[in-house]
Ligand binder design. Sequence first.
Ligand SMILES: Cc1cc2nc3c(=O)[nH]c(=O)nc-3n(C[C@H](O)[C@H](O)[C@H](O)COP(=O)(O)OP(=O)(O)OC[C@H]3O[C@@H](n4cnc5c(N)ncnc54)[C@H](O)[C@@H]3O)c2cc1C
Length: 494
Amino acid sequence: MSNSIAIIGAGPGGLATAIRLAGQGYDVEIFEASDRAGGRMRGFKNGPYEFDTGPTILQLPRLYDQLFAESGLNRSDYITFKQLEPFNRVHFWDNTHIDLSSDLKAFKSELAKFRSDLPAAFDLWYAEHDRKNELYYKSYLGSPVRSLLGYLRPREIFKALQFRPWETLYQNFWNFFKDERLVYALSYPAKYLGTHPTISPSVFSLIPYLEFQDGVWHPEGGFRNLASSLARAAKDLGVKIHLNCPVEKVWIENKSVRGLILTNEERFQADGVVVNADFAYAMENLIPECDRGVYTNEKLNKMKFSCSTFMLYLGINRRYEDLPHHQIYLSEHIRRLEKPWLDDSALDEENPSFYVCNPTIIDPSNAPKGHSTLFVLVPIPNTSFNVDWENKQKSYRDFIVKRLSVLGYENLENSIVTENCYTANTWQDDYRVFRGAVFNLSHNWTQLGPFRPPIRSRNTRGLYWIGGAVHPGSGLITILEAARSAAFFIKKDL
Ligand SMILES: Cc1cc2nc3c(=O)[nH]c(=O)nc-3n(C[C@H](O)[C@H](O)[C@H](O)COP(=O)(O)OP(=O)(O)OC[C@H]3O[C@@H](n4cnc5c(N)ncnc54)[C@H](O)[C@@H]3O)c2cc1C
């Protein structure tokens, strides 16, 4: 008889792990609190408009090909990806902008408009990252975490030193480009890792490199379609997905997992349990106090969590055909280095940086003819910093709608037909994300590699974690890699 695995949560991490395990012959059942699979990626409908809720940037499509192929399926039977070219437009505080592109020739001509020596500087940066990718991707992102000693072997140290890991992301880009606009354009994704470019470890310069190398993609039908395609693949492999089925507790006896306890007190027996629910939320709510190991409330309070996001999902009665799919506005406030701006503990009510996705130009099916949707994301403090959203939400929404004009969305107010707004409280309460910190535990040295919560529990046999707060980190590429590691551990243990 095959081993049975229960998974708590049908987020991308839970679905990817289920696909891998079912592909290897395990009996897998997923218990999901919401009425839809997909977690932060599940999306929603408002009248005739359809919205993605979380991810909008798909990197490394080969990871999805591998996930399906290694489980005996064909990715293209489930979902199609379109490459975006150029893949992002970044507007700067001085009214200039640059289009980022994986057509490197086109990108270098963009760079030449800024300064004539920049194309050559980019070649040097790219060549360094060819080597960095070769050395780092497999051993850090693409493999299960090792012990601290494993990282301290002379060969590992020699390898790491070549890329000056003590540098920040900002320094890495500054060494090559010496233009703050480019430095911030390429290092801004640090925000999505819960840090700031001037404090984020330089290892993350691999992310923009991977975008230049492999491109940025969009799943046809949006990320909500990616979510339902993953769920469909899991079901085709025999996985049972129970929606509207919140788990109350992980059932643990004598330091070994026995299964799950559901909110109706029913017990579900399993040989292994994978927790895909947000790590810190699950530690507080799903793991019995005596089985939490080092992750007590005191420890969670000391750990650093990412910012949250203020979201506007707008259904509008017009299209912006000439504006790109992805745009970021970088305000000069990104250059402020005082504490509240570095750790996102203050709400920027004057001139925040923000991101807008205009998906209908590539995915017209998400709105009626001539209409479109917009997705607006503004980094904001997580709920530990007590912003009074009940009183602030309306005025902040009005302020952001006006600010959208800096990205070309002029006179938007009169075109809005439907709108949904999320604050840090929405992520916390409706998506069960600890403190609404949507990018999970910050990615700083004290919370990376052997210092990040591991995939395989250190104190409960048969318990595994999958998601952005555990090794190797947040974002879809890391979570897909983590699913491979989770399946590896489960096979080894069971
Ligand atoms: C606004 C935003 C933009 C983002 N942009 C990108 C991007 O462009 N590219 C990218 O790669 N990543 C992006 N991310 C990050 C990405 O969405 C996350 O890394 C990913 O969704 C995390 O997946 P997960 O499976 O770990 O968790 P989740 O997506 O949070 O899924 C966890 C699931 O567990 C369920 N659950 C929780 N508690 C229980 C319970 N008690 N019982 C049963 N089920 C439960 C939840 O309902 C949820 O479905 C973005 C995130 C946000 C919020």
